[in-house]
Design a protein around this ligand. Structure first.
Ligand code: HEM
Length: 190
């Protein structure tokens, strides 16, 4: 786990965020989702981002405060990871989130966010992600992931069918308008 110096570096840089968590949260989701549109339009399609931003910032705040209680944190983070299986999160998504988070800290803190701060965050975020992924790989986590997949594909099918229905209605409408138009034109000529 992280050394006392690394914990201190993380806390120090996180304390600067507490002045304006919303700005860092907004920047984080910009970094994360605007560069990963597939994740944005699938996993986050129906998520209220104002609420989500607050929850994420609070959770990171909680973890940063509690870094001295590693064993308790592991239990907590594994439960969060298990829930994430049900949101459609995959292990390969975690480095993307980590990079977006660290980039938003760097962008908002400028030279105050040193290479040492960054290295400490890489370590602590790595710990968080690792515990969450372990939680995701439990039997309950796997069952939630399977449930997400089923729900997701059912939704795609519903939306796909609805789009096809809309396409047919538009096509029928165009053909009907063409027939009526031709009929009226012919009538006018005769
Ligand atoms: C250390 C990393 C992460 C932290 C601390 C975190 C934290 C959170 C928190 C606090 C919530 C609110 C709901 C809850 O507490 O269960 C949440 C929701 C969510 N997270 Fe994460 N998350 C992380 C990584 C990820 C990753 C890698 C993904 C995958 C792309 C992801 C996707 C989501 C989604 C889609 C929701 C919204 C769920 C919904 O409302 O339907 N998260 N996250």
């Amino acid at each position: 786990m992280a050394t006392a110096t690394e914990v201190q570096l993380v806390r120090e840089s996180w304390a600067r965020v507490s002045g304006n968590p919303d700005a860092v949260g907004k920047l984080f989701y910009q970094n994360f989702l605007d560069k990963n549109l597939m994740i944005k339009v699938t996993l986050f399609k129906h998520v209220n981002m104002d609420v989500q931003r607050g929850l994420l910032m609070k959770m990171i705040d909680f973890v940063v405060r509690d870094l001295d209680n590693v064993e308790d944190l592991k239990v907590f983070l594994r439960a969060v990871g298990e829930r994430h299986a049900g949101y459609g999160a995959l292990p390969l998504h975690y480095p993307i989130v980590g990079e977006a988070l660290i980039a938003s800290l760097r962008q908002t803190q400028g030279p105050n966010f040193t290479a040492q701060h960054e290295a400490a965050w890489v370590k602590i975020y790595g710990f968080m992600a690792n515990e969450m992924i372990i939680g995701q790989l439990t039997d309950d986590g796997k069952a939630l992931a399977a449930k997400y997949q089923k729900r997701y594909f059912a939704q795609v099918e519903r939306e796909h069918t609805a789009q096809e229905r809309r396409n047919i209605i538009v096509a029928v409408g165009v053909v009907a308008a063409f027939c009526v138009g031709s009929y009226l034109l012919l009538k006018k000529k005769n």
